[in-house]
Design a protein around this ligand. Structure first.
Ligand code: T4K
Length: 370
């Protein structure tokens, strides 16, 4: 009996590399509130990612919620329906109205050519998603934001270490947020971060994530508890030593999949350009009409073999009951997002995925054709 294969398995650094951090924490008893590992991880991530200011958070969703607060966003926010539900949940938690705009059929990120027609006098921001770590069209989005005086907060939950034509993708917009959830390329069990452009914003975010405290007796804003603890930061520090190898191993799997699936009619991979670096956080394929099985039939065929692929991101956020009924949601105009949601299947990808299992996955798709 084959062991089940999941869409991902978290990378964990060797236990002996975590122990010294734990010993130090057990001695110091500093567990949270900007401890030494928290500070060290912030500075090491700035260096590794090529960004100026990072504020670590308890998770990516909290980073989004705090980021929107930090920018003082109000009214309506343009965002993508083809994402994890946390993207737009963060808007609702801030009392904001999501305005879903369709995605580009190739990049599956917000289609800049459709953003302007959705802007009204109540729009204050755009929240695009670098879906599967593929960079958005950052230049066009910035141009639109400048023209209409809008803020941009990038949901870069999938885009750890991704670079585009001009360096780190995380340097675009007013803020970017990362997720370090267990299922992400770089994980701290749970965790996230806000990438800020300037020191002042970073300091404000730091206040926001610590209840709004400036000092023992001064609360300067309506903060929350969004802090990353010392254990999470220690896992991040240990993990950072292995991240290049981790990404490289995932890259080898992606290359194997691409080469093996290339000749198969009806199966399309998600392509990146030479100017976009990949972190291989996901490996989505799209099941076209000329494949003998529908996407859902293929999903079930995998499942019956103990291979747990995922339909990220089906259903569209705009189809969840919470969103369906919002007056701001025009589901009729989201054709490309709907098509992607109906066709997508994310194949397992993680560094420990064995070659034999990679073959099992590809062979199942090939066998369908016979
Ligand atoms: N924005 C975007 C665009 C996002 O994709 C996300 C999160 C966020 C914002 C919010 O960030 P966080 O607040 O989560 O930091 C997962 C994750 O929970 C979620 O972080 C992620 N996106 C989303 C795309 O996927 P599920 O419900 O699909 O995960 P789950 O528990 O089914 O895990 C998938 C597979 O991974 C399991 O079948 C087995 C394996 N697994 C998972 C966990 C948690 C493990 O082997 N060990 C584990 O500890 O949502």
């Amino acid at each position: 009996m084959n062991k089940p294969i999941y869409v991902t398995k978290p990378y964990l650094p060797p236990l002996e590399e975590i122990i010294p951090y734990l010993k130090s924490t057990w001695e110091s008893k500093i567990l949270s509130n900007g401890g030494p590992f928290h500070e060290e991880l912030e500075s090491k991530l700035c260096e590794y990612l090529g960004v100026e200011h990072i504020s670590l958070c308890s998770n990516g969703t909290m980073a989004l919620i705090i980021g929107l607060q930090a920018l003082g966003i109000s009214g309506k926010v343009i965002t993508s329906p083809f994402s994890f539900v946390a993207t737009s949940h963060s808007l609702l938690w801030n009392g904001l109205d999501p305005i879903f705009v369709d995605v580009d059929p190739i990049s599956l990120n917000l289609d800049p050519s459709k953003i302007e027609e959705a802007i009204t006098s109540e729009t204050t921001a755009i929240m695009p998603v670098h879906c599967y770590g593929k960079p958005c069209d950052v230049d066009s989005i910035q141009e639109i934001a400048d023209k209409h005086n809008l803020k941009i907060i990038y949901d870069a939950a999938h885009a750890f270490a991704v670079k585009c034509h001009c360096g780190s993708i995380l340097n675009h917009g007013d803020l970017s947020i990362l997720s370090f959830h267990a299922t992400k390329v770089f994980n701290t069990f749970e965790g996230g971060a806000i990438i800020c452009k300037d020191k002042k914003t970073k300091e404000y975010v730091d206040h926001l994530k610590n209840f709004g405290f400036d000092d023992e007796v001064t609360v300067s804003c309506m903060g929350i508890n969004g802090k990353m603890n010392e254990f999470q930061a220690a896992v991040g520090l240990a993990q950072l030593n292995h991240i290049d190898t981790e990404i490289q191993k995932r890259g080898n799997i992606a290359t194997f999949y691409r080469e093996a699936l290339e000749p198969i009619k009806g199966v399309r991979c998600h392509d990146f350009t030479d100017q976009e670096s990949e972190n291989y956080s996901y490996f989505p394929i799209f099941i076209e009409a000329d494949f003998p099985l529908t996407r859902d039939e293929l999903y079930l065929a995998f499942k019956s073999e103990g291979i747990f692929t995922r339909r990220y991101f089906y259903p569209l956020i705009s189809d969840f009951p919470v969103y369906k009924t919002l007056s701001s949601v025009d589901r009729g105009s989201l054709m490309c997002a709907q098509e992607a949601a109906n066709k997508v299947l994310c194949l397992p990808i993680y560094s420990a995925l064995k070659k034999a299992d990679q073959h099992r996955i590809v062979d199942l798709i090939k066998n369908v054709l016979q």
